[in-house]
Design a protein around this ligand. Structure first.
Ligand code: PBG
Length: 324
């Protein structure tokens, strides 16, 4: 009888390197960045150690750092000075996010992919991802009209990829339709197809000075539902999404794996603020090896099937991957 001894392939570093199934690379990493309209200088985000809010004029330097690190892209978020019920600042070509996109796209040229968050939560005074109806509920179709205008403004500003994170039904189709009509046929759509109503977004709320009262459970997915996440990803692909994302990442690797198996477009995973903060907090106590933990998290997302990983550790991961 043959003796299977799997340890043979683990005997030396050279052998382990030979048989490794995934090799994460800086090019597949995307770094989220926060641009704050009211800041004159960088302000650290307490609950996201190592991550800051930046003033608008920091954008070209952030783009340069990303290019030098060899990462794949930046995901831009912006915090406006003024918020209103309809999130008007998101649609205004002079709004802070659209100005940041313009600066980033100009600095990037074709050397880095500039992605923009397409959602209203940073721009509304109530903090929801959409506009509200008379009863205070998030109005799906009225929100899609604003998303279409916001998407067009972002495409005009020069964004290469629009990250639709609002979880409205038909949002991909609504944005795709206006982009086609206006001739923006090369603007790609990254659908946050399976975005769960997660407790792990906690530190992000500080990062964007969130105004939200209550929760997002009428539009984001219930953490108990895996098949519904697959359905969302399928619908977004049919509506014209160029890439689909699962978010958060590690608590939902089953969904990442199944979306990767069913999709014919690239799949992204977002290692969200709370996932990052868990590693940082434990590492600060000396309870985890910070570098090894971040690298293992990345490897696990790739192994599950993610082609692209959005992570606050992107720049450091890129440096570590080069050293390894
Ligand atoms: C919404 C948005 C959120 C995140 C990214 N886009 C917050 C939310 O849905 O509550 C969270 C990202 C993170 O936690 O890192 N525009």
């Amino acid at each position: 009888m043959t003796s299977y001894r799997p340890r043979r392939l683990r005997t030396t570093p050279a052998m382990r390197r030979l048989v490794r199934e995934v090799r994460p690379h800086p090019a597949e990493l995307v770094l989220p960045v926060f641009i704050h309209e009211d800041l004159a200088e960088e302000r650290p985000i307490t609950s996201l150690p190592g991550v800051s809010q930046h003033p608008l004029d920091a954008v070209p330097g952030l783009v340069q750092d990303a290019i030098e690190a060899g990462i794949g892209g930046l995901m831009l978020f912006a915090i406006p000075s003024v918020r209103d019920a309809r999130g008007s600042g998101a649609v205004d070509p002079d709004g802070i996010l659209n100005r940041a996109i313009g600066l980033a796209a100009e600095a990037a040229g074709d050397r880095l992919v500039i992605m923009a968050d397409l959602c209203l939560d940073e721009f509304t005074d109530h903090g929801h991802c959409g506009v509200l109806d008379g009863a205070g509920r998030v109005d799906n179709d009225a929100t899609n009209e604003v998303y279409a205008a916001m998407g067009l403004a972002q495409a005009r500003a020069g964004a290469h990829v629009l990250g639709l994170s609002g979880m409205m039904d038909h949002q991909v189709a609504a944005v795709r339709e206006v982009l086609e009509a206006e001739g923006f046929t090369d603007t790609a759509l990254l659908a946050y197809a399976a975005k769960y109503a997660s407790a792990f977004y906690g530190p992000f709320r500080e990062a964007v000075d969130s105004q939200l009262q209550g929760d997002r459970r009428t539009y984001q997915l219930d953490p108990a539902n895996g098949r519904e996440g697959l359905h969302e990803a399928e619908l977004d692909e049919l509506e014209g999404a160029d890439m689909v994302m699962v978010k958060p990442a590690l608590p939902y690797l089953d969904v990442v794996a199944e979306v990767a198996a069913q999709s014919r477009v690239p799949v992204a995973a977002y290692h969200v603020s709370g996932e990052y903060a868990q590693i940082e907090a434990a590492a600060a106590q000396g309870w985890l090896d910070r570098r090894a933990s971040h690298l293992e998290a990345l490897t696990s997302m790739r192994r599950a099937g993610a082609d692209i990983v959005v992570t606050y550790a992107a720049l450091e991961l890129a440096a570590w991957l080069k050293e390894n």
